[in-house]
Write a protein of this length. Structure first.
Lengths: 263, 277
């Protein structure tokens, strides 16, 4: 895997972006006269021909895709896509009034097919065990819909905690643990970052949850927000604590806190 | 990515608008009144990112009004010259746009494109305004740094006092407050709002933001002591869920003498008893 911040990729992206806009201008130049962008097939053909005119017939980075793909959203709106590099695409939508919207850059993942390795019975059994475990975990994760909110329980004050627990948000089928921790801005330049550094950036701390009944809780989604020097995170767990559970022990950053679940 | 390329892309994005505004016209107007009328017909685009367009005389020195303006001038043969200024360094990128959407060569302009001795009164005035603005920006730098430091550290863990749960049993059809987090430097309100229907989330207007409007309804807080709270940050906690989960932060801190916090949405008020600090 190559670092995602390389100059070659930037150059390809620049060229794709300029080409897409030149094609957009020429398509609009015709469409404005007739009051619509024509039909889908005609548009796609025209986008390909214009791209060839403007870039001198440089082949597309993807053999099966033209340098600019055009498609009709409605008679007065089109979508254009310009592939670049390995898996990148610039996309824009254009209205007959000359306004661009829903633009962005997408990076896909490229893959190579490898010959499957012959496994002995022991290896095959191990693989099947791991696959079954993964499926079970996935099923548990999907169980938490967070649709029926019940109530929140605030955590007691934890003055010396590095990862203070703020509260839990209880839902009918699971709960979120809300916590916060300090972060620092990266000390290295994003443009110079290697793939290993990129992947090793700060990760959310581990959170474990237990109750007084021995219920087994599984992580199920969540997210984090905040600024460059602090994070406020939300970690989902399933199942919801049983009604007769009295307390929840949450451990984060090497410290534990007890939340009283009784209303 | 090279700055020149970004500037060229931005220029071409701006060139689309007069072309769209030309409608079924055969050529771009070649006089001031016609170009001003064209500018008057330009589509506005995203309301939160207004773009400024203005007319400039053909053959005159380039104008810099410090507003990132796209300047339009007649280019002959029914074409339009489109120039976008870059106010931070007094440079411009320009291109000639033909009525069929074809463009000429890109033209990069440094400053006014002539020696200082040939600057007109208007160019001298624009240059002086640019220098004045640069000085003001430099003078405000320490204040901006202090403000940034304050914003970045306001809700760090060292400032956390405690969290307080909102009362259960709130009406689920409207916004529900989940809990508040009290800090020495402000307060965070965590709440849930019903998710709009899929139909509402796919409006015809490409610049409508129904999800943002739903997740950040008008929200005010009062502490009964008359503290003037201002919103300092908004944050999606979970925009994919149903209900949606969000957080809005306010400053200053809730005074330790406050007994309750009233959180008001358009049709709901939730009182949170703060108890002993």
């Amino acid at each position: 895997m190559s670092p995602p911040f390389e100059n070659e990729l930037d150059d390809a992206q620049e060229a794709a972006g300029i080409l897409l806009l030149r094609v957009a201008l020429a398509l609009l130049g015709e469409a404005r006269l007739r009051g619509n962008f024509g039909d889908d097939a005609e548009l796609a053909e025209q986008a390909t021909a214009l791209a060839a005119e403007f870039d001198g017939g440089v082949p597309s980075p993807y053999p099966k895709r033209p340098p600019i793909e055009g498609s009709l959203l409605r008679p007065d709106r089109i979508s254009l896509s310009a592939p670049f590099g390995e898996g990148g695409s610039i996309v824009e939508s254009l209205g007959l009034d000359g306004i661009l919207f829903d633009g962005g850059t997408a990076f896909g993942v490229t893959s190579k097919q490898v010959e499957p390795k012959e496994m002995n019975p022991e290896e095959r059994a191990d693989l099947e065990r791991r696959q079954a475990k993964g499926r079970a975990e996935q099923e548990r994760r999907l169980r938490f819909t967070a649709s029926g909110f019940v109530r929140s329980v605030a955590a007691p004050s934890q003055p010396s905690a590095t990862v203070p627990i703020l509260a839990i948000e209880l839902f009918e089928d699971g709960f979120y643990v809300e916590f916060t921790y300090d972060t620092e801005p990266p000390t290295f330049d994003l443009d110079e970052m290697t793939t290993e550094q990129f992947l090793a950036r700060e990760k959310d701390p581990e959170i474990t949850v237990e109750d007084d009944l021995g219920t087994e809780y599984f992580e199920s989604g969540g997210g984090c927000g905040g600024g460059v020097r602090v994070s406020h995170s939300s970690r989902g767990f399933v199942p919801a604590p049983p009604p007769n559970a009295r307390v929840l022990h949450i451990t984060a950053g090497g410290a534990s806190v007890e939340l009283d679940l009784q209303p | 990515m090279a700055l020149a390329s970004i500037e060229r892309r931005e220029l071409l994005e701006m060139a689309l608008r007069p072309l769209g505004a030309l409608g079924a016209g055969a050529e771009f107007p070649q006089d001031e009144a016609g170009i001003e009328a064209l500018i008057g017909r330009l589509a506005e685009g995203r309301p939160s990112e207004p773009k400024r367009f203005a007319y400039e005389d053909h053959g005159q020195l380039p104008r810099y009004d410090g507003k990132w303006t796209t300047w339009l001038s007649p280019a002959g043969d029914g074409a339009l010259r489109v120039r976008q200024e870059h106010p931070w360094d007094l440079t411009s990128e320009a291109v000639v746009l033909h009525p069929d959407g074809r463009i000429g060569e890109f033209e990069s302009i440094d400053g006014f494109g002539v020696p200082d001795s040939e600057l007109t009164d208007q160019a001298l005035a624009d240059h002086a305004a640019h220098e004045r603005h640069a000085r003001e920006v430099a003078e405000q730098e320490p204040e901006r740094e202090q403000q940034l430091e304050e914003e970045q550290t306001r809700f760090r863990t060292g400032n956390l006092i405690r969290a307080v749960a909102a009362p259960p049993g709130q009406v689920p059809t409207g916004p529900i407050v989940a809990y508040v987090a009290l800090y020495k430097t402000g307060v965070m309100i965590n709440y849930l709002v019903p998710r709009p229907s899929q139909e509402e989330l796919e409006p015809d207007d490409p610049f409508a933001e129904p999800l943002t409007e739903a997740i950040f309804p008008r929200l005010e807080i009062k502490d009964g002591l008359g503290t003037d709270f201002r919103s300092v940050d908004i944050d999606y906690v979970d925009a994919n869920s149903s209900p949606l989960r969000a957080r809005v932060s306010f400053a200053p801190a809730v005074p330790t003498t406050a007994r309750s916090l009233w959180i008001s949405f358009a049709t709901t008020v939730v009182e949170i008893e703060l108890g002993a600090s």
